[in-house]
Design a protein around this ligand. Structure first.
Ligand SMILES: [Zn+2]
Length: 495
């Protein structure tokens, strides 16, 4: 079967384009990962979930995807600038830990949260500190090409030279080069770069600096932008298919990555640039200084003064998927509570779908067509720039049809057997495998639920109403309901 046409929004061209990988069926995707100096928060979840959907959909469509997402464990300085302390070294000092203990702790935290959110691990998760020789080699190549200069043990990218050779800089982010060159921040004489727009490829380390390596320019450490160019080209080649990241990385980070690649190889690093939008909290930007910074564990547990309650990982995932990844998404307790309900509705729909049996009867051609089309519609949103919001809306339309069968208002035999299997299989696959929405462990304890249902039946027959009420209450607390159905007693998610 040919792979259906997929449209992606390319930040580089500011337009939607048909996705055509360089060497199908292979797809190389690089996404900027976390700087592991603190607990992962909502913003991390949005980026990871966005590209998890890209990864899952491409694989579902039949592509062989190599997905590289790095861990920044050195070189990322405060305010994403060329000056200031290394974020990890600063945290290590504060917590009286080795920098690599900080890295280990927050990498594990990040991975644990991602597992809970059902985010698949990437194919390769390289670290900046594990690729120092590759980064040094890349700097040598840039210096050799004439686009970098050394000064007092640091090496800087030479923007003026790069522009003089008619290379575009600022194209991806839409920044005007003249503004960058004049610089909002004048050089204060302390700095060792020629122009304020130049950025560090290698920084000389003071003797007391804890993370430093030997290089041809003396002891130091790599600039933050460099690691992504070194690791993406190492694992995916000079030009690969997709480069992803948050919109906050457009400038300077991604702009610098493009400049580094072009300087070293004369090639564009990526064919498609995809960027996910940011999360606001009650309409405000999220930030440590604003006191509205919520870590993922706080979200799961509800232990934060902005939270009314804890929200399960699948609720968070569902909340993210309800919006298109390029739209801003505003977090609020009300929005999360609505997402929790809607998520349970989807799980309920799948449970109903799985319980259906095919019973041949007279075929209703109009209904058959309608259902077949509704199932195909689940793909529409996803194939249109990964619009999960549209796919979920299509699912809720389809659920009305599932209800018809479940409530026995229509026989499953009213549609062709082939359509019935398509309905069950395709719908389940899209929700569980492509959107990654699965039943959570606490509600997935079906064995326990069934045992409790037996107890409920016994209590009801014995007219032990106190016990009956108690079991009903327990179900309610779990977001479940006991239903007295025609076929007997069963449970469902509370609507
Ligand atoms: Zn990066």
């Amino acid at each position: 079967m040919p792979i259906p046409s997929l449209t992606v929004y390319n930040t580089l061209t500011r337009s939607k384009e048909e996705f055509q990988p360089i060497t199908p069926p292979h797809v190389g995707m690089y996404v900027c990962g976390p700087t592991v100096y603190g607990e992962a928060h909502l913003g991390h979840a949005r980026g990871a979930i966005t590209f998890d959907i890209v990864f899952r959909l491409l694989q579902h469509l039949g592509y062989k995807v190599r997905y590289v997402r790095n861990i920044t464990d050195v070189g990322h300085l405060e305010q994403d600038a060329d000056e200031g302390e290394d974020k990890i070294a600063k945290k290590a000092k504060l917590e009286r830990l080795e920098p690599m203990e900080v890295v280990q702790r927050y990498t594990e935290y990040y991975r644990r949260c991602m597992r809970q959110l059902n985010v698949l691990p990437p194919s390769i998760e390289p670290t900046a500190s594990g690729h120092i020789p590759e980064q040094i080699q890349l700097i040598k190549n840039i210096v050799k090409a004439g686009y970098a200069y050394e000064n007092k043990g640091s090496v800087y990218f030479d923007i003026e030279k790069f522009l003089a050779d008619k290379h575009a800089y600022g194209h991806l982010s839409g920044r005007i080069v003249e503004d960058l060159m004049s610089g909002s921040r004048a050089l204060d004489g302390q700095e060792t770069k020629k122009n304020s727009a130049d950025f560090a490829l290698w920084k000389q380390a003071a003797p007391e600096h804890i993370m430093q390596w030997q290089s041809p320019w003396g002891n130091g450490f790599p600039g933050w932008h460099l690691e992504c160019t070194a690791m993406s080209t190492k694992y995916l080649g000079d030009t690969f298919d997709i480069h992803g990241g948050g919109m906050d990385l457009l400038f300077p980070h991604h702009e610098c990555e493009i400049a580094q690649s072009k300087a070293a190889t004369s090639k564009e690093p990526a064919k498609y640039w995809l960027h996910n939008n940011m999360i606001t909290i009650n309409g405000q930007k999220m930030g440590k200084s604003l006191g509205n910074y919520i870590t993922l564990e706080e979200l799961f547990s509800g232990k934060h003064n902005l939270l009314d309650q804890g929200y399960s990982p699948m609720t968070i995932r569902f909340f993210m998927l309800q919006a298109h990844y390029r739209s801003t998404l505003d977090f609020s307790n009300d929005a999360l509570k609505a997402a929790s309900k809607a998520y349970k509705k989807v799980m309920n729909g799948l449970k109903m779908l799985r319980s259906l049996q095919y019973e041949p009867s007279e075929i209703d051609t109009a209904l058959d067509d309608e259902i077949s089309k509704a199932v195909d519609d689940l793909y529409k949103g996803l194939l249109d720039d990964f619009n999960t919001a549209i796919t979920l809306a299509s699912f809720f339309q389809l659920q009305k049809k599932i209800n018809l069968f479940f409530l026995k208002q229509k026989s499953t035999g009213a549609i062709r057997e082939e359509t019935f299997h398509k309905l069950v299989k395709q719908t389940t696959t899209i929700i569980q495998e492509v959107l990654g929405l699965i039943e959570e462990e606490d509600v997935n304890a079906e064995g326990l639920i069934l045992a409790l249902l037996d107890l409920y039946k016994e209590a009801k027959e014995a007219k032990e109403y106190a016990k009956v009420d108690q079991i009903r209450l327990y179900f309610k607390q779990q977001g479940l309901a006991i239903k007295d159905m025609k076929h007997g007693i069963d449970w469902a998610y509370e609507e």
